[in-house]
Design a protein around this ligand. Structure first.
Ligand SMILES: Cc1cc2nc3c(=O)[nH]c(=O)nc-3n(C[C@H](O)[C@H](O)[C@H](O)COP(=O)(O)OP(=O)(O)OC[C@H]3O[C@@H](n4cnc5c(N)ncnc54)[C@H](O)[C@@H]3O)c2cc1C
Ligand code: SF4
Length: 479
């Protein structure tokens, strides 16, 4: 009998005939999960348990599985702790079908890459190997990447797309809701964020409906507006499919094949389909492979010696005392839906945490708890590496710090903000613009050897009001 974990709920994970689905009652006791994340996990498990070949057991802890006879295997690679569990139970570890590459593929990549790890090389290798958007060994359209057609700011009137797919809640949602209410009331769990309605698919049929909706209504505009933020539109043309993919309800290969076939039938432009493919067979697999490659210690790296506590308005997702419009709106979005798209995660939340020196491990864990798609494997490369540069450059060649000018260019947040993105000192000083220079000044020694930072550092030296700016930022209590 195969052990079936909560992120392995789709048919591609069904590698043996009989499946054992453990539900751990105190799963939500240890950390403050977003209420909607906890709801989705529990809903999806119970929905999967409706199938005849699935047996459910309720446990106090995964360790209690040792008393369960007949368990022989599980899919490996969900997280280090589950891998250790498989070892302690003596289970056969099956290869993980939730990704588009395996250990052999990664080793083949490493053999070519040597010490210079680059997403672009990994992505090209994946595309050639999987034969996606390839024609006689060459990329379709003659290029691997269409970045210059993408990255547009949000259009003034908005994208005008229909609302994204949303499942209809059913009696199982009501049951889960009362289970979670009871847990909270008894003090056995404490949740953050607001409760429902559930916006993410929680079973296979719902996941397929969400995929079809994305392919038909949003994929074509995915590429051009991939990096744009619009306060009136929380999804833009993003897919929101990380959630069902990370629960294992959709296989990434079926998702990208659907996208490629939309290109082939003329339903979506090449720049969008290529961009989307890159995110999944490229980035998603890359960060998963890096989770195993970098190992456990990576999560404790803190190259920039950042030790500030995460503010209360983040911890409870209330945005309390936060005046920066872009940041407050993003935190409120996460509070309302346990989700935001990639650019608010990286360029607003990650950028703030980097500039203000939040403790990297705490930020890593906050993202896991607050986001519906948050998992232990996805966060280290995205947070410790890409967002916070806490790994000293293993993942990105320079810190992703940006001032208000970037946010102003790629969003409409600044128009209704009390701050001004082009002002760095004074009452109207934008905390991202001032924060950017403050960050460079604070870390100038640590970043000295990084040639990609030499231009920004030269800019820093030219600032005539640096002293005032540093004094102002020292006194800043909230953003
Ligand atoms: C600070 C930070 C935190 C993040 N937290 C998560 C997380 O909790 N869970 C998660 O799955 N992704 C995470 N990401 C990556 C990315 O932001 C999300 O995958 C994406 O926003 C999910 O929305 P979507 O499905 O609409 O993605 P789309 O924009 O539609 O992209 C398609 C798919 O590509 C994959 N993808 C794209 N970029 C990445 C990436 N950098 N890492 C991994 N997969 C990627 C996702 O599976 C995503 O569904 C994080 C990135 C950052 C910078
Ligand atoms: S002015 Fe600064 S703080 Fe305000 S929305 Fe723009 S970038 Fe954010």
């Amino acid at each position: 009998m195969q052990l079936l974990l909560a992120d392995q709920l789709g048919p591609h994970f069904e590698l043996e005939e009989k499946l054992l689905l453990p539900i751990v009652d105190n799963q939500f006791a240890k950390r403050n999960y977003h209420r909607q994340k906890a709801h989705l996990i529990r809903y999806s498990q119970l929905a999967r348990a409706r199938d005849n070949n699935v047996e459910v057991i309720r446990l106090d802890s995964y360790r209690d599985l040792k008393d369960f006879p007949g368990l022989t295997s599980m899919v490996a690679g969900s997280s280090r702790s589950f891998d250790a569990l498989a070892d302690s139970l003596g289970l056969i570890k099956l290869s993980n079908p939730g990704f588009c590459s395996n250990k052999n593929d990664w080793d083949a990549y490493l053999a070519k890459a040597g010490k210079r790890l680059r997403l672009e090389d990994f992505y090209r290798m994946q595309r050639s190997r999987l034969g996606l958007l390839m024609e006689t060994g060459e990329p379709v359209g003659g290029k691997w990447n269409f970045d210059e057609e993408n990255r547009l700011p949000p259009p003034k009137p908005g994208l005008g797309l229909p609302l994204p797919y949303r499942p209809e809640e059913d009696e199982l949602d009501a049951r889960v809701r009362s289970e979670l209410d009871a847990l909270e009331k008894s003090g056995k769990a404490k949740f953050i964020g607001v409760d429902g309605p559930r916006i993410f698919p929680g079973d296979r049929n719902q996941a397929l409906a969400a995929l079809a909706d994305f392919i038909t209504n949003r994929l074509d505009l995915f590429g051009p507006y991939e990096d744009a933020m619009d306060s009136r539109d929380w999804t833009m043309a993003h897919s929101m499919l990380s959630v069902p993919m990370n629960l294992g309800l959709l296989s990434p290969l079926e998702v990208v094949k659907a996208a490629v076939s939309a290109y082939e039938t003329g339903a979506a432009r090449l720049a969008s389909v290529e961009g989307f493919l890159r995110q999944i067979i490229g980035w998603r697999d890359y960060v998963w492979q890096l989770y195993w490659h970098f190992g456990e210690n990576y999560e404790n790296l803190n190259e920039l010696a950042a030790t500030s506590e995460i503010p209360i308005g983040w911890q409870d997702l209330s945005a309390k005392e936060i005046e920066a419009n872009c940041l407050a709106s993003t935190l409120r979005d996460v509070g309302e839906r346990a989700w935001s798209h990639h650019i608010p995660r990286l360029m607003i939340l990650g950028n703030t945490a980097l500039q203000r020196g939040f403790d990297p491990k705490a930020v890593n864990d906050w993202f896991i708890d607050a986001f519906a798609d948050g998992t232990p494997w996805v966060m280290p490369a995205n947070v410790i590496g890409m967002s916070l540069y806490a790994d000293g450059g293993k993942m990105s060649t320079k810190p992703y710090a940006a001032g208000g000018a970037y946010i102003n260019k790629m969003s409409n947040y600044c128009g209704s903000c009390k701050f001004n993105p082009s002002i760095r000192v004074g009452e109207a000083a934008c905390p991202f613009t001032a924060g950017y220079w403050n960050f460079l000044a604070k870390n100038s020694e640590r970043l000295r050897g990084n040639h990609r930072m030499s231009q920004p550092m030269a800019g820093l030296r030219r600032l005539t009001d640096l002293e005032q700016l540093l004094e102002q930022e020292k006194k800043r209590e909230s953003l």
